[in-house]
Design a protein around this ligand. Sequence first.
Ligand code: TMP
Length: 211
Amino acid sequence: MFFAFEGINGCGKSTQVDAIYAQLWELGYQVAKAKEPSTLGDRIRDLLIEKNNISDKTRLLLFEADRAENLDKNIRPALAESKIVLCDRYTASTIAYQRYGNNLDASLIDSLNEIATDNLQPDLMFWIDTPLKVCRKRNEQRDDKSTRHIYDESFLSRVRFGYSQIAKEFPSKMIRIDGNQSVPQVSTRILSAIKSYMIVSKSRNSISDHF
Ligand code: TMP
């Protein structure tokens, strides 16, 4: 199974990936973590920080190249070992950031997402919807290397709007989680959605085994 975690910078998704990973592990599941940008993407991120004048289209292609690599090297091998994969950002990030944030063409992004992933979609996406103000405060407190400084408030509110549109378009795939709660409250909500999904897909599989 494959679950993606989404949201604007500072929404708390990386914390949730770690928390859910630990809880699933304790429950006895084999779990793997993945992240975009990945290791290749970290180099891309350096490039983005060093060269802020990089074009939006080039940035899109770099994210997609990183995605293809991450899938081949990390996600597919883990899925082949029947692990539950928790991925910090995936295709919805590109729709939210490059389509809604940078106003790049929607069909170009959809085609590139499809090419990079061979249409491998997550079972569920968790959109951690944390108020912009809270995210900004968290980002200011962090001192790690990040692309966050290239985003202004209006860009991030367009990205947030992008996520809301994806959630509207794919209500059974993208689950909005209120990020303005404590870390354990957010994890409880995500874990319960994962458990429900597992129960439903298990019963679906056992029904199809009978036919
Ligand atoms: P993060 O590691 O803090 O989530 O930062 C990754 C940054 O890359 C974040 O600002 C969002 C951006 N990004 C895109 O713009 N498009 C993408 O497709 C992906 C995966 C990330």
